[in-house]
Design a binder for this molecule. Structure first.
Ligand code: CA2
Length: 147
């Protein structure tokens, strides 16, 4: 049984309400509900947190130490410039998978670079909401191998 922290960054609370052509029609609640079911299926649990504030995400990452086994994070636009978020992930030393709904490489140039990716176990981008599910399955498999 693994305990996973799922974090979503700025503006992702708006999912399902605007720009569905980019981010899909599902709300964040829809995504988290599905993810909870997948977690149960693989004998794990998730704790979800969305914040529009850098410091809150950093605090949640710090608090994950000794509580959660791994992190799934969609850092939103923080992905591209937030070194403090990257440092927090490095500091807690928990396996972390970065997820993006859209294919960041097919979008504006500023989205092509992630400051998070080098400290992440891996990155999933462009697969829509299913990216969270693949991240969860991959993280659980990674944790099982480490046991
Ligand atoms: O594709 C992703 O998941 C992103 O992390 C989403 C971020 C963007 O800044 C990244 O480059 C890629 C933006 C999240 C905005 O979410 C919205 C959802 C619905 C309506 C408007 C914004």
């Amino acid at each position: 049984m693994f305990s996973l922290l799922v974090l979503n960054g700025p503006n992702l609370n708006l999912l399902g309400t605007r720009e569905p052509e980019v981010y899909g029609y599902e709300t964040l609640d829809d995504i988290v509900t599905h993810l909870s079911k997948v977690a149960e299926e693989v004998g794990s649990t998730i704790t979800h947190r969305q914040s529009n504030h850098e410091g809150e995400l950093i605090d949640a990452i710090h608090a994950a130490r000794g509580v959660h086994d791994g992190i799934i994070i969609n850092p939103g636009a923080f992905t591209h410039y937030c070194y403090a978020l990257r440092d927090a992930i490095t500091a807690v030393n928990l396996p972390t998978i970065e997820v993006h709904l859209s294919n960041v490489h097919a979008r504006e140039a500023f989205r092509h670079h992630s400051v998070i990716a080098p400290v992440a176990l891996g990155q999933i981008t462009g697969l829509g909401s299913s990216g969270y599910e693949w991240a969860l399955r991959a993280l659980v498999r990674h944790l099982q191998k480490k046991r």
